[in-house]
Design a protein around this ligand. Structure first.
Ligand code: PLP
Length: 378
């Protein structure tokens, strides 16, 4: 058999995406031009929010979302143990303390009961992560946030297109952050966004994206000196996206329905043909209508994980592991976090293997993965 090389994730770019980028390159604005607003509107329309702020990547989105929420020293923020490090790092960027909650053993989403147990008088915010494109129960999180006065930042980096009880993730309170890295559901190369329904948060995010500067006269502290005048009100950054990236994002967004359809086909096929193999797959909770980003499996026998991982790699399948629990990272250990904090997450980590899932996979590639998995694990 011919050995194919199939990564765990990949972007899908066609000639219309390329033409959209070239059009911008021939025009007058390479950054801060009209494509940014157009992309932001497309994001709002998709996720159901009033406002969107496009930024340079998902990590920048998390950083300024945490700042806009007013997270600072003395504050604690609850984050799930199984996620990409950036979900927790944004809390450290603000001088605050991430508090890790365990995950549910079937869905791998943050365990709401454990999150509740970890609330203290210092808890300022909570960051539910829609792991693998399956969404958290945002109605329950809203209830919790109301009871305890918490700010919610949804880490929606995996979940563009997913719905919570048929509602877009942007319909909820607080903020949502998105990533357009090539591994994610749509791509702008690097890119990200924050969405919200709160006008004040929106204004703050716009400033933080560009050095903390505003030209909105209604926000001025001092008297307007004249036409050249602007004010820097916060210590912001340059987290802007380019118009080339925004044009790519607009073009990609139009393909989201077809990307979602192909992802769902592959997931349904995997679920069917893998039935009976010695691993568990991520369970979809009843409130979730996902656009699946990752297809994660967990070996019943954790002693086989390394051997199975290596054997699939040897067959050209770019398996991966999502994720090493954040609190087990050497940096987090150095600042005082200890193994044993989140036992479900730590056990899941030892069993996890992510299989390839992306819309550009042909039927032949899917069958290649299926037969390799059957050979190695069957
Ligand atoms: C990818 C990702 C991010 C960060 O996005 P970048 O665009 O890569 O900076 C944040 N959170 C999660 C869960 C992610 O998977």
């Amino acid at each position: 058999m011919i050995v194919l090389h199939i990564p765990y994730a990949s972007h899908t770019i066609d000639d219309s995406d390329i033409a959209a980028v070239v059009d911008v390159l021939k025009g007058n604005f390479l950054t801060t031009g009209p494509k940014i607003k157009e992309f932001e509107q497309a994001i709002c329309d998709e996720v159901g929010s009033k406002y969107a702020v496009a930024v340079s990547n998902g990590t920048a989105a998390l950083h300024i979302a945490a700042m806009a929420a007013g997270i600072g020293a003395e504050d604690e923020v609850i984050v799930p143990a199984i996620t990409f490090a950036a979900s927790a790092n944004c809390v450290l960027y603000c001088g605050a303390t991430p508090v890790f909650a365990d995950v549910d053993k079937d869905t791998l989403l943050m365990d709401l009961d454990d999150a509740k147990r970890k609330i203290t008088s210092k808890t300022k915010a909570i960051i539910p992560v829609h792991f693998g494109g399956e969404v958290c129960d945002m109605d329950a999180y809203e209830q919790l946030a109301k009871e305890h006065g918490l700010h919610i930042i949804q880490d929606s980096a995996h979940s563009l297109g997913s719905k919570v009880r048929r509602k877009g993730q942007g319909k909820f309170s607080g903020q949502q952050i998105w990533s357009f890295h090539p591994a994610k559901t749509i791509t702008t190369g690097e890119g990200g966004a924050i969405t919200t329904n709160d006008e004040n948060l929106y204004k703050t995010l716009l400033r933080l994206r560009t050095h903390g500067i505003t030209r909105d006269t209604s926000q001025y502290i001092n008297q307007n000196h004249g036409g050249w005048y602007y004010e820097m009100l916060d210590l912001g950054f340059n987290y802007r996206l380019t118009d080339m990236q925004a044009a790519l994002g607009i073009s990609q967004m139009q393909k989201l329905p077809q990307f979602a359809k192909r992802r769902a086909e592959i997931v349904a096929h995997y679920d069917k043909v893998f039935d009976g193999l010695p691993f568990q797959v991520q369970k979809s909770p009843e409130w979730s209508s996902p656009v699946r980003h990752l297809y994660t499996t967990r070996m019943y026998d954790k002693n086989r994980r390394l051997e199975v991982f290596d054997a699939l790699q040897a067959k050209g399948i770019g398996v991966n592991v999502h994720y090493i629990p954040v609190h087990l990272m050497p940096y987090y250990k150095k600042i005082g976090y200890k193994p044993g904090l989140c036992s479900v997450a730590e056990d899941a980590y030892e069993r996890l293997i992510t299989l390839p899932l992306y819309p550009a996979m042909t039927d032949e590639m899917v069958e290649y993965v299926v037969s390799a998995v059957n050979e190695v694990m069957g």
